[in-house]
Write a protein that binds this ligand. Structure first.
Ligand SMILES: *Cc1c(COP(=O)(O)O)cnc(C)c1O
Length: 386
């Protein structure tokens, strides 16, 4: 069967797929239809936090599948409650709303921010400030939040009430927030789709102080950076700030669709009965898998993530054909002399699957990728950059 031909005929052409069909895998190794092995340096865009078919995750998911695969949110289920508690214990945040994706997590955060500001400050305080070069999702509202014009062009009109500030320009961001009577400022501490670019610490801290003083909510989009990815449980923890709302998804479910908005002390009771909902939100199977993921993101794992990160940074920085390396933890962008797409193509031929982000080669391997595979993959990437 020619799966590529069938897919090309029947699946909407919204993705530029690589000419590669993945049929199986284990951990950080995946296999194509010919049985060729690849080191997975993308983990499904930061989703399979513990790799493909991770034993503990599979056990948690299959155990729940045999009990209840779905129940409406009219009833209590154990995985949903335990996961919410685990997330609150890890963060000090107070309450969790579960959806199914990053965009939905951001939609929930935005709705909560608008309601908070409307109740506290009255009408007209609905604007959300986000950053240029950000990425917050593909729904019409999260597209409006996304500060990249190329995503907007063909889909006007988008949801109104979003303005975009220059990242790391504190005075400019504050001026924009004041001019628009902002309800919230939403940031990614490391802009992922924008090219794996960390925000400056002074900027994030200054922004947090401004938001707290003005009772403007600070929302941190941890969809890509979250759940251990940057060497902390959430990336904001590397910055010493406390957001009012955190959105997350991708790695949270370990491979099943799951998103969450986490609310702090000020925002925990903003959304009440009937204000928001999602049929699949908090799905018990997704939550059981997520609980297995979250419970294993401990100090020992995070130390490992940082050590592997240090190895990759030092191996690639200054290597032939590498202009610069950016990122945090196991979220790494490599600016190459050759076009990133050419480097990725050579890597694929040599059994390594990296991603791209804008003009960079991007690495988002599983958090538990064995060091030996990191070394092998880095060797292939270095050769491909040369
Ligand atoms: C991927 C991503 C999203 C969107 O997540 P979906 O699950 O695709 O809706 C939002 N924000 C950031 C920072 C992301 O990386």
């Amino acid at each position: 069967m020619d799966i590529k031909a069938i897919d090309n005929e029947y699946v909407a052409h919204t993705y530029g797929r690589f000419p590669l069909e993945i049929v199986s895998g284990k951990g950080s190794l995946v296999y194509d239809e010919q049985g060729k092995e690849y080191i997975d340096m993308g983990s499904g865009i930061g989703v399979t936090a513990f790799g493909i078919a991770d034993d503990a995750w599979v056990a948690a998911v299959t155990a729940q599948l045999g009990k209840v695969q779905h129940m409406s949110n009219l009833y209590y289920t154990e995985p949903c409650a335990l996961l919410a508690r685990a997330l609150c214990k890890k963060t000090g945040l107070k309450k969790v709303f579960f959806g199914n994706s990053g965009a939905e997590a951001n939609e929930c955060a935005i709705k909560a921010a608008r309601k908070y500001a409307a109740e506290r400050k009255g009408p007209g305080h609905h604007t959300i400030v986000t950053l240029k070069n950000s990425f917050h999702g593909r729904t019409l509202t999260t597209l409006a939040a996304t500060g990249q014009a190329k995503f907007h062009e063909l889909f006007q009109p988008l949801t109104p009430g979003f303005v975009h500030a220059e990242a790391n320009d504190l005075a400019g961001t504050i001026a924009l927030a004041q001019a628009h009577k902002a309800a919230a400022v939403m940031i990614e501490c490391v802009q992922g789709e924008g090219g794996v670019i960390p925000l400056e610490k002074d900027y994030v801290q200054g922004l947090a102080a401004f938001c707290a003083a003005e009772d403007i909510l600070l929302i941190v989009d941890e969809v890509q950076t979250g759940n251990g990815r940057t060497g902390a449980f959430y990336s904001y923890m590397n910055y010493g700030v406390e957001p009012d709302i955190v959105s997350t998804a991708k790695g949270l479910g370990g491979g099943l669709p799951l998103g969450a908005a986490l609310f702090g002390a000020k925002t925990q009771d903003v959304l009440g009965k009937g204000d928001h909902g999602s049929t699949f939100g908090g799905n018990p199977v997704s939550c059981a898998g997520a609980l297995s993921v979250v419970s294993r993101i401990d100090e020992a794992l995070l130390t490992e993530v940082r050590a592997k990160s240090d190895y990759i940074f030092s191996a690639l920085a200054g290597a032939a054909g590498v202009e610069s390396v950016s990122g945090m933890g196991l979220m790494i962008g490599i600016k190459t002399v050759k076009p990133a797409a050419d480097v990725v193509k050579t890597c694929m031929e040599n059994g390594v699957l990296p991603l791209t982000a804008k003009d960079k080669v991007r690495l988002l391997p599983a958090l538990n990728i064995p060091m030996a595979l990191v070394e092998r993959a880095v060797g292939v990437i270095k050769d491909a950059c040369r």
